[in-house]
Design a binder for this molecule. Structure first.
Ligand SMILES: Cc1cc2nc3c(=O)[nH]c(=O)nc-3n(C[C@H](O)[C@H](O)[C@H](O)COP(=O)(O)OP(=O)(O)OC[C@H]3O[C@@H](n4cnc5c(N)ncnc54)[C@H](O)[C@@H]3O)c2cc1C
Length: 424
């Protein structure tokens, strides 16, 4: 049987960032990173690749802030191979009174220059002529933008390998705890193998519950399928320098009377008349495409390795988007082709905070439940997990992400006080 010091299960952005921190920051040797498929090919490859360092929950602002510091440093040291662009986020609303973000955050001097609220409707129309005239409020986040997550992950993997991390392609079939650590059964191209390790880190994305049940652990994590798509923009509706733009209002889709009558009597589709959540988002993609996403699905499911395209999703999302960018209505009934769809899971806790650190009383660590923010948070999360494993000082925000937080009713009451979970 092979033996090693540290095994990390899962080579998505979370597992790779953790391996990178352990090997590069802490010079740990004998680390094996295991994945049943190509690195970065499951949820990570479906990311919209957006980042921001402001969140309604201050602990998330701190985590993503630290993560972006690490990413900035990687960009500076490696010729910006992952094309980090600070193009900003614009949250827009039809209501001047709607609290897009808590007003005390907007007034907080720490956010000055980063969060910019605009209530002058004429100014919004002049500077953002593509938006609907009904938009009455905008909050711009400056330290926000996009990057190439595959290139970022590949860079961290290369640096981790240079520092001695070994990558092994195999399916982790089972794990048993024993007095000296853990014993894993693997199924890979070289057949069935066994591997013993002292320390174990779980980063299996949507399959975290499968791993936890191998070890008789339960945590409140669910996976919800979400989608994005890319289409050409032949009418040049979206300016190439438009920030990532998010509609902050829940709303109903616009239908004509005939459509409404037909939908209302169809049990399969009558949900299309319900209110849809805030958070529909759109951005320019490459030279001539646009990318849209809308996490309106709220149904948790058992994760699957592959999911078929949903042919209604582009139409529904374009219909929703035409509410705040009216010229998109030209694409609603016949979206320009090709339509490229991506689907993956937001694997999340009820409060939408990740799980980072030790699983109490087990000797196991995790970086999981990274929901819709794993691209931007992974470097900070991987570093925090490595800090825990090495017994280093951890930052004050670490308690909000500790997997043992559910046993602390005071902390959970504080967490649950935040009105918005920040999901897009
Ligand atoms: C549609 C969509 C849009 C998103 N947009 C953004 C965005 O704009 N910005 C942002 O920051 N985040 C975004 N995210 C979130 C981000 O993509 C995820 O949080 C992140 O990719 C999760 O990374 P991970 O490493 O935890 O999981 P994964 O990437 O899923 O990696 C887990 C790995 O574990 C492996 N694995 C699982 N089980 C086993 C097993 N038994 N044996 C061996 N290997 C196993 C899998 O093969 C996989 O490679 C988005 C997510 C989705 C779905």
């Amino acid at each position: 049987m092979d033996r090693t010091n540290i095994v990390i299960c899962g080579a998505g952005i979370a597992g790779i960032a953790t391996a990178w921190s352990l090997a590069v920051k802490y010079s740990q040797s004998n680390i094996v990173l295991i994945d049943r498929q190509q690195p970065l090919s499951l949820t990570t490859s479906k990311s919209g690749e957006n980042f921001r360092d402001y969140w309604p929950q201050p602990c998330m602002t701190a985590l993503t802030g630290r993560s972006l510091e690490l990413i900035d440093q990687l960009a500076a040291e490696n010729d910006d191979v992952f094309n980090m662009r600070y193009s900003g986020y614009d949250f827009v609303s039809e209501s001047p009174g709607q609290e897009i973000f808590p007003s005390d955050h907007l007034q907080n001097p720490d956010n000055e220059g980063n969060l910019i609220r605009v209530l002058d409707q004429d100014l919004i129309r002049r500077t953002h002529p593509w938006l609907s005239a009904a938009i009455r409020q905008m909050v711009h986040i400056k330290r926000a933008g996009a990057l190439d997550v595959y290139a970022l992950g590949s860079l961290m993997l290369a640096l981790a390998k240079q520092a001695g991390v070994k990558y092994r392609q195999a399916h982790v079939e089972s794990i048993e705890k024993n007095p000296s650590g853990f014993y894993l059964r693997l199924d890979g191209a070289d057949g069935r193998k066994e591997l013993a390790t002292e320390k174990l880190v779980l980063c299996p994305g949507p399959f975290i519950n499968e791993f936890l049940s191998m070890l008789n652990i339960r945590l409140p994590v669910e996976s919800i399928l979400q989608r994005k798509f890319i289409i050409p923009d032949p009418l040049e509706v979206i300016p190439r320098d438009m920030p990532f733009t998010i509609f902050s209002d829940a709303h109903h889709l616009i239908w004509n009377e005939e459509e409404r009558d037909l939908i209302s009597v169809d049990p399969e589709f009558c949900w299309l008349l319900d209110e849809f959540p805030a958070g529909l988002h759109i951005k320019p993609e490459g030279r001539a495409n646009i990318k849209l996403g809308w996490a309106y699905n709220r149904k948790p499911e058992e994760p699957r390795w592959e999911n078929p395209d949903d042919f209604d999703f582009p139409n529904i999302t374009l219909r929703g988007a035409s509410r705040f960018i009216p010229a998109l209505s030209n694409y609603v009934d016949q979206p320009p082709t090709p339509i490229v769809q991506f689907s993956g899971y937001y694997t999340r806790t009820p409060e939408n905070l990740p799980l980072i650190g030790p699983l109490p009383g087990t000797g196991i660590y995790t970086v999981s439940a990274l929901s819709g923010y794993g691209t931007m948070a992974a470097c900070g999360a991987g570093e925090l997990c490595a800090d825990w494993m090495m017994g280093a000082r951890v930052p004050a925000y670490s308690r909000y992400f500790h997997p043992g937080r559910y046993g602390d009713s005071g902390l959970m009451a504080e967490i649950n006080k935040t009105a918005s979970d920040g999901q897009l």
